[in-house]
Design a protein. Structure first.
Length: 508
């Protein structure tokens, strides 16, 4: 049985806050049964050095783990396991693993697997190396992911003008199924106002954590003698006087028109603020005063959408109708983005919702090219998601991206383009896709629609690109006008024929 260490007293917290934070940490970590990791997984690897970087500057947790892995077995090994607590699996997004020293080689294959262990409190991910690691050889892994909806506001309710504080709970020991020699955790906070944090005792000599500006460092710890799977609960409470913007659903449509040479984009949002709720009724007078004084607020005041150069005809509509409190500023230079600035009808405080839609048009020639392979093949390259750009970040619980191609498009294929660094997208096997028919005005067979559905997405995916290839012949382009012309001609001929029928009554 593994030993679970107990956290020391939280500093600078009131007594009731201490109790709540400690209880939260115990429920999250100490309530998990200890695992004999070595019995479930062969100890073929050793983590020589592990550094976890946790960024809390946005409304969700972004983590990057750099770990030097050494093969301690007598045979080459190509499979590496990463564990996550089961209650976090549904909140993990953008998980990817790369060679830290050669990120340009792309991400490694990662898939969720079942463990032979009877314990169901952990989910395991299997990393498949493209080349086996030879005995006594090392590889530096860069593991990146983010955790959505895991930050808790404390207190849960605040006054309209009060500061908002969030808490983040984690283990000083990074969960691993392998022995770790040394490790440390660095937390980047949005401000220096940190009223409470766990201070460890006995894990290292000197102060722990070490504080330098907005960075808190736990460790480094010598953990050669610490059994894999051991946890040490840490909780930190910090000021975050910004909205925690969450989109429970984003529906994004991109409609391609060859005849009009236009790419029409529409996005529909169901937003929610996951911050602290108001303890009293909303005061319009207090809100006006705070706006005049430009005081920070945990409410969503406005949203800014960068739009690609050449974007025209933007609109902003909510459930009531057109919203006039919006402004579009086109890019002054030909290659500079424009900005659509919009204000909701009311400030969105913690626990409040707001649903709306925006849309705009672009020249299709900026996104569509004919493929070299043939005159009837086309390549469409568009942003996978765009969305608002905010310092506090935006997290998406579910995003549905639909590319509506011209009528008659076939052999549709897609690819999400990876860069040398993380773009916040999950693996291809975690994105659901299907092709359907979408009928609009004057369609005959219906337009071909490619629909992609992904869960647990963040605004870091704004830089990702979606490449769609399809075949579209000249006849497909003429199908609609020929069909319409034939239909009208049929009507005229029928009218002429009916008009020439003699229905008069004559004498015999």
């Amino acid at each position: 049985m593994l030993q679970v260490a107990t956290p020391s007293t939280f500093f600078h917290l009131q007594q009731h806050s201490v109790t709540m934070l400690a209880l939260f940490a115990v429920l999250l970590f100490c309530g998990l049964p200890c695992l004999a990791w070595a019995e479930s997984f062969a100890q073929v690897f050793k983590n020589v050095n592990l550094v976890r970087n946790t960024n809390l500057e946005k409304g969700y947790v972004r983590e990057t783990v750099n770990v030097v892995v050494e093969n301690v077995d007598k045979k080459p090994q190509s499979q590496y396991y990463i564990p996550f607590a089961t209650d976090l699996v549904d909140k993990i997004g953008g998980l990817e693993v790369r060679d830290k020293k050669a990120p340009e080689k792309g991400r490694f294959d990662v898939e969720a697997v079942e463990s032979s262990s009877s314990n169901g409190d952990f989910q395991y991910y299997l990393v498949q190396f493209p080349e086996p690691i030879a005995p006594k050889s090392q590889i530096t892994l860069g593991i990146s992911y983010y955790l959505l909806s895991t930050l808790s506001p404390r207190p849960a309710t605040i006054g309209q003008s009060d500061k908002q504080y969030l808490t983040h709970t984690f283990s000083a020991y990074f969960p691993s199924v392998y022995q770790t020699v040394t490790q440390k955790t660095k937390l980047k906070l949005p401000s220096t106002n940190v009223p409470g944090y766990t201070s460890t005792k006995g894990l290292k000599s000197g102060a722990d954590p070490e504080r330098q500006g907005t960075t808190y460092t736990y460790g480094p710890y010598e953990t050669s003698d610490v059994a894999p799977g051991t946890v040490y609960p840490i909780t930190i409470r910090y000021e975050f006087t910004k909205p925690v913007i969450t989109a429970s659903l984003l529906e994004r449509d991109l409609e391609v028109s060859h005849w009009g040479g236009n790419l029409a984009t529409e996005e529909r949002y169901w937003l929610r603020n996951n911050g602290s709720k108001l303890e009293n009724q909303f005061s319009r007078v207090e809100w006006t005063i705070s706006n005049y004084q430009q005081l920070p607020s945990s409410a969503i005041r406005e949203l800014k959408y960068p739009l690609k150069p050449g974007s025209v005809d933007p609109y902003f509509i909510d459930d009531i109708g057109n919203v006039s409190t919006s402004r579009y500023r086109p890019g002054k230079a030909p290659n500079r983005d424009g900005f659509l600035e919009l204000r909701p009808r009311y400030p969105v405080f913690g626990g409040w919702n707001y649903s709306f839609r925006i849309g705009w048009n672009n020249e299709l020639s900026a996104f569509l090219r004919q493929a070299v392979a043939g005159a009837d093949s086309y390549v469409l390259k568009v942003p996978f998601i765009e969305g608002p750009k905010a310092l506090e970040g935006v997290q998406y619980e579910k995003a549905v991206v639909r590319v509506i191609l011209p009528e008659g498009a076939r052999n549709v294929q897609y690819e999400l383009v990876d860069g040398d660094s993380s773009n916040g997208l999950p693996g291809a096997d975690q994105i659901e896709s299907h092709i359907s028919s979408h009928k609009t005005f004057m369609d005959t067979l219906g337009r071909t629609a490619l629909t992609l559905t992904v869960e647990n997405l963040s605004d870091e995916a704004r830089g990702s690109q979606l490449v769609v290839t399809y075949d579209y012949s000249a006849w497909d382009g003429l199908r609609k006008p020929v069909t319409i012309t034939a239909g009208l001609l049929t009507v005229f001929v029928a009218a002429w024929f009916i008009g020439n029928i003699d229905v008069s009554i004559k004498k015999r």
